[in-house]
Design a protein around this ligand. Structure first.
Ligand code: SF4
Length: 651
């Protein structure tokens, strides 16, 4: 057994603390106890952010230099474990900040921004590990634009070159993400870069970070946080390899696991079997008409979440088969095997001709929610979001709200408002937001409560209520994801309780279980809670959401022991997941989150669906309250959703 020379196996065992205000870098040994108790990736980052901000109390402004932005990896990254190419990015999110009293939300309390984690694949996470770091922790704010270069020799803060910027509308703005990436790749051949685009530079609340042209730390506004630090890009370059606690055992067990993943992907009874061909777009047909092992569909959101069903002929233009028709070869994350969900894509001709990658289900669903049924326009908008550094999902939520306002005549004094189903107006709206151009772009680049406050200033009470109804599906959170929230009470609970903010679908996913008949407040609460704990572990292990195996089997835990030397039982591994979840929630309690936030139901979601398999369904306030009670009881939190001190462990 030979470690990396610092006592660590699997991990590189090195954390770099970068202080941009003072331009200092300290590379320190990782803390083995934190690695054991918080696993890696997301868990370790939650702990490092908590330790940094606890003395400050609530961080009132996520764009202040005190916010901490962390990019990092986990022990399985860059090993033979399938899908072990996912990295973590954590920070306090500007999307989830609502500091002022908001009369349009009953029970509203100030919320200063939630601890947010975002996951991305591509090459960057594994390259960061090859460059010798588990975590890159960025504090402070540089006085001039800078970038960071991580190599095996050093972590350097470098003045950002003029080539990374251009002048737009008389202002200096970061260039599109692909231009920044290509410039830095030419300078450091073989490297990988994670950077912001114009939207991040311009402080758009839902700006993302983009790596390898199309892999994003998407949700929560990492791009805006990075820009607030005057940091444009992080480039990693290295060839370092980790050492294994027991290399022979790792080799044997990882081959076993690999064969298991391969068998499940090859089994048509498993949902994983659809991914190599259709990627996530198979969910389009399942959500609309029940194809692909589904029941009846009827939960693809339409017209700003008013409906879950619409004209099938219009749907056919943007369904699973429509996107299969423009799909090319696999274009997958580093170390992905078998599951391989991503494909290149090409539109051969017409206004939106071009090459790129096939958009994901959530992106397409939330743009269908804007009544957009033009596949080629969706492909083009997706490419544009990757260039401008805009999170596709939050953009979809914001756009649907703006379209709703426009349709109701509530945006009359704003030029260039987007219209339902109108691709050119949506493209213009995206560019206006990214460049904060014109009154419409400047307004919708901000958070939903700022939108309501500005449009509603001086408006009669009736108008204020109507304005709020249009945009409250994005209020104080990330905005609801691409499953119609009215159709599934369990999924609505997952949306409402996610640690990274209302509307998030990745921390728990209930659709298959609810379609299979799961119901009842306690059962739904338990299912959501165990999904959240499992996802905290998957993120902390550097694996993908689509890793089809359990991480608490003897096989996986044996493999993890051979990799790291850390010994876990299924119970102790689950305890790590609960520890991470509780710490995130506790931190968010300090930031102002409690039951009032979780319990909020946008009024339009209480209006029943009028068509489709879920006709008549809406969010039932009483039932949701019951599920929340059961959910808090399961975690041992107070009825107000506060984490008791004894639940915070691992210190
Ligand atoms: S399944 Fe898809 S997202 Fe997951 S690691 Fe593979 S290519 Fe990346």
């Amino acid at each position: 057994m030979a470690s990396s020379g610092n006592g660590f196996f699997g991990y590189t065992g090195r954390w770099a603390f970068v202080d941009l205000t003072n331009r200092t870098v300290r590379t320190l040994p990782a803390d083995p106890v934190i690695c054991r108790d918080y696993v890696g990736g997301r868990g370790v980052q939650a702990r490092l952010i908590y330790d940094h901000l606890r003395p400050i109390g609530p961080l009132r402004d996520p764009l202040a230099p005190e916010n901490r932005l962390i990019l990092g990896t986990a022990a399985p990254n860059d090993t033979f474990i399938p899908t072990a190419g996912r990295g973590s990015c954590s920070f306090i999110s500007p999307m989830t900040r609502s500091p002022e009293p908001a009369s349009w939300v009953p029970g509203h309390k100030p919320l200063h921004g939630l601890l947010t984690h975002s996951s991305a694949g591509g090459l960057f996470p594994n390259m960061l590990k090859r460059a010798g770091l588990d975590q890159l922790i960025v504090d402070g704010r540089a006085d001039r634009p800078v970038r960071i270069l991580v190599t095996e020799d050093a972590v350097q803060i470098i003045e950002a070159e003029d080539e990374l910027f251009e002048t737009v509308d008389g202002r200096k703005v970061a260039r599109p993400a692909s231009v920044i990436t290509d410039f830095l790749t030419a300078k450091y051949p073989g490297s990988s870069t994670m950077c912001l685009g114009p939207a991040g530079w311009n402080g758009v609340a839902f700006a993302c970070l983009t790596g390898d042209h199309h892999r994003n730390f998407g949700r929560g506004g990492a791009g805006a946080v990075m820009a607030s630090k005057n940091l444009v890009a992080v480039t990693a370059l290295g060839k370092r390899q980790i050492t294994y606690a027991d290399a022979d055992a790792f080799q044997k067990l990882s081959k076993e696991l690999d064969a298991q993943v391969k068998a499940h992907v090859g089994d048509p009874g498993w949902t994983a079997s659809f991914r190599p061909a259709t990627g996530t777009t198979w969910w389009l047909d399942r959500a609309f008409n029940g194809r692909y092992l589904g029941k009846q569909g009827g939960y693809l959101p339409w017209h700003n979440f008013d409906e879950g069903w619409f004209d099938p002929a219009a749907y056919a233009k943007v369904g699973t088969d429509a996107f299969l028709a423009i799909s090319g070869k696999p274009k997958v994350c580093s170390r992905c095997r078998h599951v391989m969900c991503t494909r290149s894509a090409k539109v051969e001709s017409g206004t939106y001709a071009g090459e790129g990658v096939r958009p994901e289900f959530e992106t397409i669903a939330l743009w269908i929610n804007c009544c957009l049924t033009d596949r080629d326009a969706i492909f083009h908008l997706n490419r544009l979001c990757n260039e401008l550094g805009v999170d596709t999902m939050s953009f979809g939520g914001v756009t649907a709200g703006a379209m709703d306002l426009e349709e109701k005549g509530l945006l009359k004094s704003y030029a260039s408002a987007p219209k339902f189903g109108d691709a050119p107006s949506m493209i213009r709206f995206l560019e206006d937001i990214a460049y904060r151009r014109g009154d419409t772009g400047r307004l919708f680049a901000r958070h939903s409560d700022a939108v309501i406050a500005e449009i509603g200033a001086g408006a009669p009470a009736a108008d204020l209520e109507a304005i709020a109804r249009c945009v409250l599906t994005a209020y104080g959170g990330l905005g609801y994801a691409g499953i119609e929230p009215k159709a599934f009470p369990g999924m609505f609970t997952a949306y409402g309780t996610s640690n990274r903010g209302r509307g998030d679908h990745t921390y728990a996913w209930t659709i298959q279980a609810e379609e299979g008949g799961l119901e009842g407040a306690e059962k739904l609460a338990l299912y959501v809670a165990s999904g959240q704990v499992g996802k905290a572990l998957v993120d902390s292990l550097g694996l993908c959401d689509f890793f089809p195996e359990s991480i608490t089997t003897d096989l996986f835990l044996g493999l993890y022991r051979a990799l790291t030397g850390f010994e876990y039982t299924p119970e102790s591994m689950n305890a790590c997941g609960e520890r991470i979840w509780n710490l995130e929630r506790h931190f968010n309690n300090i930031q102002g989150r409690d039951r009032a936030y979780d319990a909020y139901v946008p009024p339009k979601l209480t209006v029943p669906l009028t068509a489709g398999a879920h006709k008549g369904q809406a969010v039932n306030l009483e039932y949701y309250r019951e599920i929340l009670d059961a959910y808090y009881a399961h975690y041992g939190w107070t009825a107000d959703g506060l984490v008791p001190p004894e639940k915070i462990t691992g210190f």
